[in-house]
Structures are given as structure tokens and as C-alpha cells.
Design a protein around this ligand. Structure first.
Ligand code: PEP
Length: 270
């Protein structure tokens, strides 16, 4: 039995006061999540605040990114050690917004313009290794662009991303990861991936994990779906055998949007 995970990704939203209000409202309204794990992915500036607001609750706190070095001349970056020093235990790695995989370009822009943060399969792998070595729990993202889906390449793109994130990672370490399948075209668009299709691709993620690090790890791996998850589609997604929870952007920004998702995750294993 895999423990479901319902993780919010607040992105670049919430100053400290707003973060505290939102985290407190989630804690106050969510009830007992049972076997489900609940994680709030908050801006780096709000990690300490949200850890404080959630400390007497089962809610875990995640950073939204990290750098793979311990310390040094890396202006603007934060390390795993710094994240852990706030009390947070999780980190989101390789979100498509950090990989620069937006799926659309402003007029006149090239891929280089939108790859703001430059994450690649190689850096995602380096960050994942460092997170695990440091004791952080990584939620590592993959997912295809609309153009890749239209070209019939979704399965191959996702499988290649999963192989790359696992490169050089032992089975024992891979067992500490959570993988989020997030089709880029479904993120923040309101266009949820059909539950059967999301389940099929989460199955490809699991099969790829099995090929690289073994069936046992694959069987235990939590694979989340992300992309316009909300109250009216969460139950259909959570009912699927290969979907073990959600990585949620927009609907996690209001307690009344996120609490039903926590309840659905809890109910899926009740
Ligand atoms: C995300 O930010 O990872 C995400 C899936 O966003 P949304 O739920 O808004 O589509």
C-alpha cells in the first residue's frame, strides 16, 4: 500500500503574512489526513514561517527548488542544508517552470528566453542526488509539452526524463523519491489530463523506474499527477491505480481549494 501525497505548490505567491494565514487555514480545516501525507511547497522566504505555523500538525513543508552544492559563490541559490535548517523536509525539483518548459513562447521569443532558470535533465539529477544525500525528500517533476504530445512523443519524453533523473541513483536512494508527472499543457491552464491518460503515463513512469532501479522500488514509488487538479476532478484521478496523489498549483492557493484535495487523498486509502 503506497501512502498518497497531496502537495501544494504555491509558486511565487504569498509573503510571510499571507503564507502564515494560508498555512494556518489549511491546518485548521483539513481534519485528519489519515494515511495521506500533506505537503506545502512554499517560497524560500516563507519556509521558516510555514514550518512554524504547521509544527503541531502532520503537514510537511517543501522548498520549490535547491542548488546541488553545499555552499559557495552561487548568488541567489539555496542549498539543501539551508532548507533543512528551516525545519522543512521536502523539496520540489525540476518543475517545468524551472526547466523552462512553458509550452508557449511570447511573440519573438525563443526557447532561450523562457528557460529562465535553466534546469535540465542533468541539473535535475544533480539536485535530486544532493537532496537525497542531505536527507531531504525530493518530489521530482517530469512531463511533456503540448507539441511533444501532438507529435506522439509523450511516452518517450516522460520515460527519458525519468531515466535521466534516476541516473546514478541507487535503488535504496530512489526509494526515497516521489515523482510527479505534470504534462506541461495542463499546468495552470484549467485543462486537466484525462484520468485514464494520466494513469497510463504514471504507469509509464513506474515501468521506467522498474527498468532502472527494479520492480520493488517501482512498486513502492509514489507517482503524483499535476496539472489543473481541483475538487471536481480529484476523485477520478485518485481512484486510478498508478496515481498516488497530486502536485497542485492554483487550487493550493486557497484553503477552501486545497482542503477537498487533502480529504480526497485521505479517503482514497480509508
Ligand atoms: C503546478 O504548479 O505544479 C501545477 C500543477 O499547477 P496547476 O495545479 O495550477 O495546474
Amino acid at each position: 500500500m503506497r501512502k498518497p501525497v497531496m502537495a501544494g505548490n504555491w509558486k511565487m505567491n504569498c509573503d510571510n503574512e499571507e503564507a502564515c494565514k494560508l498555512a494556518c487555514a489549511v491546518v485548521a480545516g483539513m481534519g485528519d489526513p489519515g494515511a495521506a501525507e500533506v505537503v506545502l511547497g512554499v517560497p524560500a522566504t516563507a519556509l521558516t514561517t510555514v514550518v512554524g505555523c504547521t509544527e503541531k500538525s502532520p503537514v510537511g513543508v517543501a522548498a520549490q527548488n535547491m542548488f546541488w552544492e553545499e555552499s559557495g559563490a552561487y548568488t541567489g541559490e539555496i542549498s539543501a542544508k539551508m532548507i533543512l535548517s528551516t525545519g522543512a523536509q521536502w523539496v520540489i525539483i525540476g518543475h517545468s517552470e524551472r526547466r523552462g518548459r512553458f509550452g508557449k513562447l511570447e511573440a519573438g521569443w525563443t526557447d532561450a528566453h523562457v528557460a529562465y532558470f535553466g534546469d535540465s535533465d542533468v541539473t535535475v539529477n544533480a539536485k535530486t542526488k544532493k537532496a537525497i544525500a542531505s536527507g531531504l525528500k525530493p518530489i521530482v517533476c517530469c512531463g511533456e509539452l503540448l507539441s511533444e504530445r501532438q507529435a506522439g512523443k509523450a511516452d518517450a519524453v516522460v520515460s527519458a526524463q525519468v531515466k535521466a533523473m534516476l541516473d546514478g541513483i541507487s535503488a535504496a536512494d530512489a526509494a526515497k523519491m516521489v515523482i510527479a508527472y505534470e504534462p506541461v499543457w495542463a499546468i495552470g491552464t484549467g485543462e486537466v489530463c484525462d484520468a485514464d491518460e494520466a494513469d497510463r503515463i504514471c504507469g509509464i513512469v513506474r515501468q521506467t523506474v522498474a527498468e532502472v532501479v527494479g520492480q520493488d522500488v517501482a512498486d513502492g514509488m509514489r507517482v503524483l499527477y499535476g496539472g489543473s487538479v481541483k475538487a471536481d476532478n480529484v476523485e477520478g484521478l485518485m481512484a486510478k491505480p498508478n496515481i498516488d496523489g497530486g502536485l497542485v498549483g492554483g487550487a493550493s492557493l486557497k484553503a477552501e481549494g486545497f482542503i477537498p484535495l487533502i480529504k480526497a487523498a485521505a479517503a482514497s486509502v480509508a
